[in-house]
Design a protein around this ligand. Sequence first.
Ligand code: ADP
Ligand code: MG
Length: 726
Amino acid sequence: MTVGLDTRLREVLGKKTADTLAEGLGLETAGDLLGHYPFRYAQRGERTDLASLGIGDDVTVAAQVRAAVKKTFTPRSGKSRGRGRGELLEVIVADEAGRSLTLTFFNQGWRSKELVAGRWGLFAGKVAQFRGRLQLNSPQYQLLAEDAEDPGSAIEEFAGTLIPVYPATAEMPTWNVAKAVHTVLGLVPSPPDPLPAPLRERLGLLDYGTALHQIHRPDSHEYLGAAKKRLKWQEALVMQTVLVRRKAASAGEAADPYPEGGAILDAFDARLPFALTAGQEQVGAEIAAELAREHPMHRLLQGDVGSGKTLVALRAMLQVVAHGGQAALLAPTEVLAAQHHRSIAEMLGDLADGGQLGAPTEATQVVLLTGSATAAQRRPVLDAVRTGTAGIVIGTHALLYDGVDFANLGLVVVDEQHRFGVEQRDALRAKAKKPPHTLVMTATPIPRTVAMTVYGDLETSRLTELPAGRSPIATHVVPYTDQRWMHRTWSRIREEAAAGRQAYVVCPRVGGDDTEDPGTNEKRPPLAVTDIVEELRANQLSGLRLGLLHGRLDPEEKDRVMRAYAAGDIDVLVATTVIEVGVNVPNATAMVVLDAERFGISQLHQLRGRVGRGSHAGLCLLVSEAFEGTPARERLDAVASTTDGFALAELDLEQRREGDVLGAAQSGMKSHVKLLSLLKDADIIAASRAEATALVEADPQLERFPGFAALVDDLAADRGEFLEKG
Ligand code: ADP
Ligand code: MG
């Protein structure tokens, strides 16, 4: 039998092992197993810092046996008294730093023969605590060879200095994974190399077989480094080739052109009460020119909160409407969709009165479609969308449903892209007869490497300045435990209200029945809006008009509250992060964020963008229990120290897990990107982008490199069936 990466593990490993690998770790083929990389490498003599182990964690640690003691054990429970009497073996192991951990074994005294002082081993189990000491009860373990050169000694598997530690399960501890990997590596010593050979040679990358061997059983740190580099290159190049090909394919598609200008856009521009910022002018011109082409636009518009993206989008929509097309605006929440609808209708004035008596001839209709609309409310809206009388259609996910048919969808605008996957963007695009133009707007500043990966198939524009007349936001961290500061915080809110302005109070949690299980970490649950609003009403902010907003209110109530707040009928809005994106009340000047350390950096930056949108200075107070010097407090200090959204986004990325970054935007990428770090491998990503572009230009179908083409097709398919639609 020839064994390849496609061979099923059942055919090369024992049935039991193969089944456990499949069930516990989802590994079915030789290729799956060889792609299951160690997540770290233990070393004899390493400092694991046993003291930092968390109770309840499943761990695998490298440690040295220090002592073994046998004790008699009498169970306390009456039932088994007499019968369950037995022997308890306690083994003390320690790491190089001298921190120790107790292992306990019941009625397995024979183990003291092998667990002798001085031996190093890997020990795996769940961390428990007994009388203040950390212990592993009946751990699984594997002793390491006495020394690397000692052929007769215990486990050949661990003769190397770097011991692979795999993501594992109780049934399949790391050393059994290692054993299976060893077997399979022996059967598939040199799998076909998917990387184009000329590129691999030019860049001096290890061949595939060597790289796989060295990532699993490294001969040295140098080899491990070279193996990682080679495998990262493969991940990056495949990913970039998918994106470059997608971009090339859509550049070749035919779209309806919408010439620049047009009656409704000109009428709108003529009544705009302010001048466009230089950035709005420039980006607006780019977009206008692209809409006029016969190929679909795919553009990402980045701009900090309040930079005026919506206006840019509206002008693009009007250009399309002016020439008989329709534009759809997809918003992430009902609150935002309703707000867009309101503010766009307001900005348009009678230009939104299309079909009504006395409206200007160039006027159109602006409709709102959300999931909460009743069938009776939807019918006229759906009609207007189908017949084309509605030029601008604003909505949530409800726009994606079957039964929403457009007469002539020419432009899709997606607001706050990070809430939507590529699949949704494409589902809406699929509703158009020809590929529509697409504009994606995001207020989350995106670091360069992320833009190149997650949004690698889009052109990007940035709005870097805020419209004139915007006031800076001052941000301060307030220690929750400091009475004086807290008192000052609430009196600042009262002062704002007394001056006729408004404020937000933000909490991490809704409250009521959603209490999180605080689990073993014994932290109190995050503060909840439903509790805080009562407390503030009764005490700190008594006499002020308080409103409550969170995601579990029904949409009509949400809308009612937002309207009341926008109209100035509410002084202080106590809310969860539903107010995070896009909410625009220029009279709101102050924000208090409670339990601020529970929010991410970018999230806090977004939140504070809700204040200081008018001509008065904005104030944001981040209330937290985090002590000075802790990472949590440092994040808050960072937010307080700068209003540069891009700098904060880079910081945020450092603190998040890679998978979260990629996974949020593109589900399929996750399983293909195992080693590549968006943050640390910026060089590889940028270089592979250039290589991918050259490859695709020279050979669009990648006919010269079928092995590589297969990987590219796999990833493209995993990214969702919508991708190649249209
Ligand atoms: P974003 O969507 O980027 O957060 P918006 O488009 O909502 O920002 O703009 C925020 C506010 O600024 C809106 O009230 C908008 O009318 C106003 N605005 C937009 N462009 C300008 C400009 N050039 N000059 C003055 N105000 C502007
Ligand atoms: Mg906005």
